[in-house]
Design a protein around this ligand. Structure first.
Ligand SMILES: Cc1ncc(COP(=O)(O)O)c(C=O)c1O
Length: 422
């Protein structure tokens, strides 16, 4: 019997209509030699400890043998969980138990799992605004609705929103995209309100190691821990940590700290995603976590990033300050540039500017992708960690040419340039 092959068009799930491929676009641009990418959030790869990694892998295999090559416990490699519990205890001054710790495939998986176990369609998330694009991506399939967390915490309606929210989400240290460092009193007040509302706070803290101008305030987990008793922690904060910025992002090792019951529920959700993370990378990560590597490495990274941030600010002052303004970020990887007002309205729409920038072979991230409604079109996120000061300066010069062409073309995107969809 001959079988006629029919073409099969997948009938995709509805939530995909509200998604975008912006992250893939930026990763693709980041790999092109002719482009200056000020878009992604990538570390300086020349600082990656390749030789140490090779030696650590050797030690890990000698130490753990076949244990490192098995499927493992879904909560993570036990020795790594233990090491992270000790790290979080040192960081907060409170004893965390292994049961408080879930090792994740990057902090990103922690965001994804929180969405999986807590969000039904239409549920409310109170999210720091503008919001990390990856968090919006992680929760998109769950179809939540959002309320903005803008740190004017006493505004009418905010307490009520927290009471309705499944959780609040914040990046208090050098936020992505704005680089903002949230002051300690605002952290304390938000936490009080979260506890009062009986909801959870997801504290996403990947930029903690990137302290360019002095130390940040206490983590919200530490503030909450100070209120409670001994292990296991059963508080309102769900803390997300990662090795992506302090070691390398390619390890894909992050962790989540939470009430043990929540950790177990998240583990059930994780099991259906990946059975377990790679025990080999957990064993490798342990070699770094259980050593003084991060202590020694962080000052080198910070010195390089500080120089790059200053190079970006210097070039921006010279070439972009007629049209954009910004605050100096005290840490992290990004400068958030806001379009200046013209006669009552911002002069530049960064979604449209993006087409000119790509034509000039430079990329940034338009603000609209950090807004769950896509309406914020007056700012851009500019990265300084990835490129040398010279490349950053060249990128800023290209951006200036893009702005000039955009403005002389009457601010419209001509058909000769393709308008990206965000
Ligand atoms: C705020 C924020 N959360 C989470 C992540 C994801 O980190 P990871 O590489 O650990 O998945 C990032 C990545 O840059 C980030 O900026």
């Amino acid at each position: 019997m001959s079988r006629i092959k029919k073409s099969c068009a997948p009938r995709y799930a509805r939530w995909l209509q509200s998604t975008n491929n912006i992250t893939q676009q930026f990763l693709a641009i980041g790999g092109r030699q002719d482009f200056v990418s000020l878009a992604g959030g990538l570390p300086a790869s020349e600082l990656y400890p390749i030789e140490l990694m090779r030696e650590a892998m050797d030690r890990a295999l000698t130490r753990w043998g076949s244990h490192a090559l098995e499927y493992g416990p879904v909560e993570g490699f036990p020795a790594l969980r233990d090491a992270i519990a000790r790290r979080m205890s040192r960081m907060t001054g409170r004893r965390f138990a292994v049961g408080n710790i879930l090792i994740t495939t990057g902090a990103m998986q922690g965001l994804d799992l929180m969405g999986k176990v807590l969000l039904d369609p239409g549920d409310l998330v109170v999210a720091q605004f503008p919001t990390y694009l990856g968090a919006l991506d992680a929760w998109r399939a769950r179809q939540p609705v959002y309320e903005k967390l803008t740190w004017d915490l006493d505004r009418p309606g905010f307490d009520e929103a927290l009471r309705r929210a499944k959780f609040a989400y914040a990046v208090p240290n050098y936020s992505n995209p704005t680089g903002v460092l949230v002051p300690t009193p605002a952290r304390q007040l938000l936490l009080e309100k979260v506890v009062e509302a009986g909801t959870l706070l997801v504290e996403d803290d990947p930029y903690l190691p990137l302290q360019l101008d002095g130390a940040p305030g206490p983590s919200m987990l530490a503030i909450d821990s100070a209120m409670g008793e001994q292990a296991p922690y059963r508080g309102s904060v769900v803390y997300l940590g990662t090795l992506s910025k302090s070691v390398v992002p390619g390890l894909r090792v992050g962790w989540l700290v939470a009430d043990p019951e929540l950790v177990q529920t998240l583990a059930v959700a994780k099991q259906s995603s990946d059975i377990s993370s790679s025990m080999l990378t957990h064993a490798l990560a342990l070699e770094f976590v259980d050593s003084t590597f991060e202590e020694q490495h962080a000052p080198k990274v910070v010195a390089v990033y500080r120089e790059r941030r200053n190079a970006l600010l210097h070039a921006a002052e010279e070439y972009l300050s007629d049209w954009f303004e910004w605050d100096v970020p005290p840490g992290g990887m990004f400068v958030w540039m806001r379009a200046r007002d013209g006669t009552g309205a911002p002069v530049i729409n960064t979604n449209d500017l993006y087409a000119y920038a790509v034509d000039e072979k430079v990329a940034f991230v338009p603000s609209s992708v950090f807004d769950f409604e896509g309406r914020l079109t007056t700012a851009m996120r500019v990265n300084f960690s990835r490129s040398s000061p010279e490349v950053i300066a060249e990128g800023v010069r290209r951006l200036r040419r893009a702005v000039e062409r955009y403005l002389t073309s009457n601010s419209r995107v001509p058909p000769s340039l393709s308008r990206a969809s965000f």
